[in-house]
Design a protein around this ligand. Structure first.
Ligand SMILES: NC(=O)c1ccc[n+]([C@@H]2O[C@H](COP(=O)([O-])OP(=O)(O)OC[C@H]3O[C@@H](n4cnc5c(N)ncnc54)[C@H](OP(=O)(O)O)[C@@H]3O)[C@@H](O)[C@H]2O)c1
Length: 199
């Protein structure tokens, strides 16, 4: 592999994007427990032009249609195909395969990828990404029948809330960016040394 290719891969940005209530809720009965247009707008702004990776139930919650102007990758053992579209959307059953595909696909949609839910996919992705775009939703939702984000890793010493994005929010949402403090370096001076994570 050329130095250029290594440098390209080094630049790829891996993120989770999620909206979470104070008690960790992200969903209820297969859809969002709320409707906040400012958060939908934020999500669209941030993810457009990039790759989004989601679980099969999140895909279904979006009406089983690809999000436009994004490469959609759906994780599923049940689903076989989704409309390919202009961006080459597809299904795979294995999250690392999805990430590996993005890292090796040198096109504009692959410079950033976003894990967009749901709960199990977030859990599997937290060790693999270095940034979380977290919308804090005031109040408690989903008691008894909700789907929940694993907030405890973000509250451990491994992550830090680094920026609060200033945006208008009639519903008092807060838009935060968390960064992982323990970085794993893979490319040193353009040479692939494998992932070297501080213990
Ligand atoms: N608040 C937010 O930001 C937000 C974001 C996204 C979703 N949501 C909400 O969350 C709910 C859906 O989330 P969910 O947790 O129930 O389901 P989900 O994670 O979207 O989908 C679960 C399915 O995805 C596949 N899957 C999950 N983890 C996988 C992995 N590591 N590797 C491969 N495949 C994997 C499996 O599909 P198969 O069964 O086909 O094998 C699994 O049954 C909805 O209520 C939705 O509205 C909220």
């Amino acid at each position: 592999m050329s130095l250029f290719n290594n440098m390209e891969r080094y630049d790829i940005k891996s993120r989770i994007i999620v909206a979470v209530s104070e008690n960790g809720c992200i969903g209820r009965r297969g859809s969002l427990p709320w409707h906040f247009s400012e958060d939908l707008k934020w999500f669209k702004e941030v993810t457009t032009g990039h790759t989004v990776i989601m679980g099969r139930k999140t895909w279904q919650s979006l009406g089983g249609k690809p999000l436009p102007n994004r490469r959609n990758i759906v994780l599923s053992g049940l689903l076989r195909t989704i409309p390919k579209g202009k961006t080459g959307n597809f299904v795979t059953w294995y999250l690392p395969a999805a990430i590996n595909y993005v890292e090796n696909k040198h096109d504009s949609y692959s410079r950033e990828y976003f894990i967009i839910g749901g709960a199990d996919v977030y859990k599997a992705a937290l060790p693999l990404v270095n940034t979380v775009f977290l919308t804090k939703v005031p109040g408690e939702y989903g008691t008894g029948d909700g789907t929940f984000f694993p907030l405890w890793p973000l509250e451990s010493g491994d992550w830090q809330p680094q920026w609060q994005i200033s945006r208008e929010s009639p519903n008092k949402l807060e838009f935060w960016i968390y960064k992982k403090l323990t970085q794993c370096s893979r490319f040193v001076d353009g040479v692939d040394n494998g992932y070297q994570c501080p213990s």
